[in-house]
Write a protein that binds this ligand. Structure first.
Ligand code: A2P
Length: 268
C-alpha cells in the first residue's frame, strides 16, 4: 500500500521512537515547551534525559533533553531553549501539534532520587531551562516520600522566563496524585537577574549572603540535613557546586549516592 502523505520523508532510525506532538506552548522568544505521545515500552526515572531529533534528514541531528514530565505521565514533556541557528532548535521551535519527533530509546542521567542519600530537605537549583528535570521530579510522589521539604529554586534573566515554572508549581498543588504532598512540602523560590523583580540576584549570591536561608527560615545548608541537585549552564554548575562543597556537601552519582548531584542543562 502507498505510504500516507504525512509519513516522514526519511526512514526512522531503529534505535528511535517516532512520536506525535500533542502540545506546543511558547513562553518567550527564547523558551517553549512541547509534549509528545509516550510509547508504551518507554520507561525512565524522573529526572533523566533522552536524545531528541527530527525526521528531517537521513542522519538527523540529536540533542540531549531532560524529560520534564514525571515517570507516571501518559505523555512526555520537554522544555526547550531556541538557539538562533541551533542545528536542532532552529527547526524544533517550529513544530506543531501532529508533527513527528524522534526520541532515542534509552534515557539516562544523574539527577535522580536514587543518587542521593536520604535527608530532610531537598534543594533543586535551576537556571533557565535547567528547571526541566525538576519539573519531572516535583511531579513524582517518590520525591515527597523521601524528603520533608522540597525547595525548587529557579533563577532567570527575565521575569517572563519564570512563567513555565510558575504554571508548573501551581498545577502541582492541585494535582490529584501529588497535590497534597506538593501543597505541604514544595517551595518555589524564584529570582531574576536582569530586570526588576521582588527578588533579584544569582542563586549562588543568595546562598553565600545567607538570604536564601533567611527567606526560607531554615538553617544554612549542612550535610546532615540537606541534599542538592543542580541543573544549569556549565558556569552555573561549577559555581553552585563550589558553594555546596563549602557547606560540606559532596558530589554523588548513580554508582555512589551522596549529598548532591549535578547535570548540565543541555543547549544546542
Ligand atoms: P546573570 O544574568 O547574572 O548572568 P543563562 O541564560 O546565561 O544560562 O542564565 C540563566 C540565569 O543563570 C541568569 O539569571 C544568570 O544570571 C544565571 N547565571 C549565569 N551564570 C551563573 C553562574 N555562574 N552562577 C549562578 N548563576 C548564574
Amino acid at each position: 500500500a502507498a505510504a500516507p502523505a504525512s509519513a516522514p520523508a526519511f526512514p526512522i532510525p531503529t534505535n528511535c521512537f517516532a512520536e506525535t506532538v500533542t502540545e506546543v506552548k511558547h513562553y518567550t522568544d527564547r523558551l517553549f515547551k512541547f509534549r509528545i505521545t509516550r510509547p508504551a515500552s518507554f520507561r525512565f526515572r524522573s529526572g533523566e534525559f533522552v536524545m531528541i531529533g527530527l525526521p528531517n534528514a537521513e542522519r538527523p541531528v540529536f540533542r540531549a533533553y531532560s524529560i520534564a514530565s514525571p515517570s507516571w505521565d501518559e505523555e512526555v514533556e520537554f522544555f526547550s531553549i531556541k538557539v538562533p541557528n541551533g542545528p536542532l532548535t532552529e527547526h524544533l521551535q517550529k513544530i506543531k501539534v501532529g508533527d513527528t519527533v524522534l526520541m532515542r530509546k534509552k534515557p539516562t542521567g544523574t539527577l535522580v532520587n536514587d543518587a542521593l542519600i536520604p535527608g530532610k530537605r531537598l534543594y533543586m537549583f535551576s537556571t533557565g531551562t535547567g528547571i526541566a528535570p525538576f519539573a519531572s521530579l516535583i511531579r513524582d510522589p517518590e520525591t515527597y516520600e523521601k524528603f520533608d521539604q522540597v525547595i525548587l529554586t529557579h533563577t532567570c534573566r527575565e521575569v517572563a522566563e519564570l512563567k513555565y515554572g510558575e504554571e508548573l508549581v501551581e498545577a502541582c498543588k492541585t494535582d490529584p496524585l501529588i497535590g497534597e504532598f506538593a501543597a505541604e512540602k514544595l517551595i518555589h523560590y524564584t529570582s531574576v537577574t536582569r530586570e526588576p523583580f521582588p527578588r533579584t540576584g544569582r542563586i549562588t549570591d543568595l546562598m553565600t549572603s545567607g538570604k536564601l536561608f533567611e527567606d526560607l527560615g531554615v538553617p544554612k545548608i549542612n550535610p546532615e540535613e540537606d541534599r542538592g541537585m543542580i541543573c544549569g549552564s556549565m558556569d552555573m554548575l561549577n559555581d553552585t557546586k563550589a558553594v555546596l562543597e563549602s557547606f560540606g556537601l559532596e558530589e554523588g552519582s548513580n554508582a555512589r549516592p551522596s549529598t548532591f548531584v549535578v547535570e548540565r542543562a543541555f543547549v544546542d
